[in-house]
Design a protein. Sequence first.
Lengths: 379, 80
Amino acid sequence: MKHVDEYRDGRLARALAARIAREADPGGSYYFMEFCGGHTHAISRYGIEDLLPGNVHLIHGPGCPVCVLPVGRIDAAIALARRPEVTLCTYGDVMRVPASRGLSLLKAKAAGADIRMVYSPLDAVRMAEAEPAREIVFFAIGFETTTPPTALAIRLAAAKGLKNFTVFCNHVLTPAAIQTILDSPELREMGRVRIDGFIGPAHVSTVIGTEPYAFFAEEFQKPVVVAGFEPLDVMEAVLMLIRQMTDGRHEVENQYGRAVRPEGNARAKEEVAEIFELRKSFEWRGLGRVPYSGLRLKAGYAAFDAERRFVIDDVLAPDNPACECGAVLRGVKTPAQCKLFGTVCTPETPMGSCMVSAEGACAAHWTYGRFRDRARLAS
Amino acid sequence: MCLAVPGRIVSLAGADLLLRSGQVDFGGVAKKINLAFVPEAGIGDYVLVHVGFALAVIDEAEAARVLADLREIAALEDAE
C-alpha cells in the first residue's frame, strides 16, 4: 500500500540501525519517551528495540486515549447507558475497558443496556436522526485526532436541529500530559525516570502542528522529534534525537513532514475552538488531575452536552489495586514488572486499560514483546 | 484511535462546508470519508483518515525526499 510499505523496508531499517549504532556514543546512554500509543505499537510490532544498540532505551508514554480514561468516567458512561431512554454510542476500543465491580461497557450491553459501537461520530448523528424517540449519547474520547470529528458532528447536529443528540465529552490534550510527565517528581526529584528526549506525536501533530512542543524543547531542554507511525519513521526519529544530543541541541524537529505542517490543520483547529473550551482540570489514569488538560462543550452548545442534560456523577473510582497501569503510563514501570501482566491480565481478560487497546503498552508487549523477553532469557 | 491509514481519494461529492466528502480507496477497500478538514484535497491525493474524517493530505514531494534520505543512509552503510 502506498505511503505504508515503503516505510517497512527491512533493508533500510537495518541500515538505519547500523547508522544509529555508529553515531550513538558507546560510553553514554539514551532514554527517549515515545508519547503516542501508535509509536508504542510500532516499536513492539516491528521489534525496533532489538534493532537499536543496547544503550538506546525507549520508554512508553501515556498517549493511549483508552488507557488514560479513568475508571470513574467509564462507570459514568455505564450509568448513562442504563437509563431506559438512552442509547450510548462509542468507539470499539472503549467497549472492553474494565470499569468498577467487574463491569465494562460490553458486559453492560450484554446485561441489556443499549450500547452500540460506531466507527465515526457521524454514525451517531445519523442514528439520532433515524431514531427520534431515543436519546443518542456519543461517548467521546481521544486526543486531538478525534476531537475535530466530534466537533463537526456537534455542528452538524445543531444545523439539523436535532434535540436527541448529546456528547459525553472526555477529549484530552497532549501538551498538558507531556508537561505533567516532565514536572512529575519521579522525573525531577526521585530520579526514577530519565527522559533525554521525546518522539513526538504523529497524527496529533497533523492537527496541532509542531509549534506547541517548542516550549518543552526550550523550557526543559529536551529535544523533540515529531515522527510518523511506521517503523522507519520511528528509527529515523531516534537517529535525529541522537544527533541533537551529540550536537548539544534541544529543538523541535519534524521527521513526519509528509503529513505534519508546523501550524497544523487550521480548519480542524477552528472547528474545535468553535465548540469546545478548556476544563480547569481533568482526571487522567496514572497522572491524576491535570490542570487544563481536558475539553468540555461551550455554553453556546450546552444543548448537546450530555453532562448538562443528564445528571452524571463525577466520582473517583479506584483502579484494581494490583494493577500497575498508572506507573506504566508514567514510564516508571514496564508492563512485565506488573504482577498481573500475563497472569490474570491478558487481552482476552484485561484487568487494566493498558491491556485493552492495541495502542496500550501492555497489549503491545503481550502481543509482540513477551517472546523477545523469553528469547533474551534463553540466550 | 490515533492510528490512521493513508487512502487515495477517488471521487468527490458535496460542496457544503461541513459535509464535503469523497470515496477514499484503502488498498482496494473504498469508503465514504468526510473531507471538511482538508479543503485543499483533490482526486488522486492521499489523505490520513481518522474515524471517518480526513485530517491531513500527504505531501508527495516531502515523502519522496525522506525516502531518498533513507536510501542514501542505506547506500552509505552498504559502502562502509
